[in-house]
Design a protein around this ligand. Structure first.
Ligand SMILES: [Zn+2]
Length: 164
């Protein structure tokens, strides 16, 4: 059962809590049960906690925890913030992702993706930046012998080497 709380009710809970009002008084004021108010108060506190600004100390702690290669949920728990907020902040600080700062540069720059074969110009799935020739080309005798100029997968070009 979802319980809808209006902004006015939330504000009343905040204000009366600050004023040191008893739970029953607050409950009466917002026309809810004391247990509901207590629950809502905890939710509001958690929300506020999650949204609180990042201090320099928080950032430093985030950096430190990230260097320990902890998972996001663990870092979030340690900082008392939702995982998503921690990830977001890490991205803002340039710390995002699965620990790129520790990865070899080639692993990032040369990630697997579609690349154009240097040999036959056909797009293929390349495992990394060093993988620039498609498998059909690699498999040809001509490629192994003649390199890019002797692409065996580009139709009639195979015979050219014989003619030169
Ligand atoms: Zn090719």
């Amino acid at each position: 059962m979802g319980t809808w709380w209006t902004k006015a009710q939330d504000a009343a809970i905040d204000r009366m809590t600050e004023d040191g009002a008893a739970l029953e008084e607050i409950a009466a004021a917002v026309h809810r049960g004391a247990a509901q108010v207590e629950l809502r108060r905890a939710q509001l506190a958690a929300l506020r906690h999650a949204e609180r600004p990042w201090s320099a100390a928080d950032d430093a702690e985030l950096r430190r925890l990230k260097q320990l290669r902890l998972g996001w949920p663990a870092i979030g728990a340690a900082l008392g913030r939702p995982t998503e907020k921690v990830k977001q902040r890490a991205a803002d600080l340039g710390l995002a992702g699965g620990g790129e700062s520790h990865a070899k540069p080639g692993q990032v720059a040369g990630a697997a993706k579609m690349r154009r074969c240097l040999c036959c110009q056909v797009r293929f799935y390349s495992a990394g930046i060093e993988n620039r020739v498609c498998n059909p080309c690699k498999g040809t005798e001509t490629w192994r012998i003649g390199g890019a100029t002797g692409c065996g997968n580009a139709g009639g070009r195979v015979g050219m080497r014989a003619g030169t």
